[in-house]
Unconditional design. Structure first.
Length: 137
């Protein structure tokens, strides 16, 4: 019995709130862009995501892939410390497979950067200028 009263009270309250809700929707927009910014600072801000994406693409996993698969570094597992499922050892002994956790991370980070570059170039509509050259590279 009480649940019906609560449902009825909730329904009436919701209905009353919608009757007295805001009806004046002709408000000037002052907190959002209404046109695309065209200054150099705006172009830098839009392009910044491209370069930030490559922090992970050329970061730790890329470094581990390069150094462990060459003679620059050796990944040791002393006891159970630092084994990490053998993903670093696989690189060192040149026995990695597509299931190795490092390789998809490197690939996904690089593809994310390329995707962001293409999006920024599409926003600017510019693929040939000097500003677009670093993103194309």
């Amino acid at each position: 019995m009480k649940s019906k009263q609560y449902i009825r009270l909730f329904t009436l309250t919701t209905f009353a709130a919608t009757l007295v809700a805001c009806t004046d929707l002709d408000v000037d927009i002052k907190s959002q862009y209404t046109e695309f910014p065209t200054t150099d600072k705006a172009a830098e801000a839009i392009s910044a995501d491209v370069y930030a994406a490559y922090r992970s693409a050329l970061g730790y996993n890329h470094w581990m892939t390069q150094t462990l698969s060459s003679d620059e570094a050796v990944s040791l597992a002393l006891g159970t410390d630092y084994y990490d499922g053998g993903r670093f050892r696989e690189l060192h002994v040149h026995n990695w497979t597509p299931d190795n956790a490092i390789l998809p991370d490197v690939w996904n980070a690089a593809m994310s950067g390329i995707n962001l570059s293409n999006n920024v170039l599409a926003i600017f509509g510019d693929n040939e200028s000097d500003k677009a050259a670093p993103m194309r590279a």
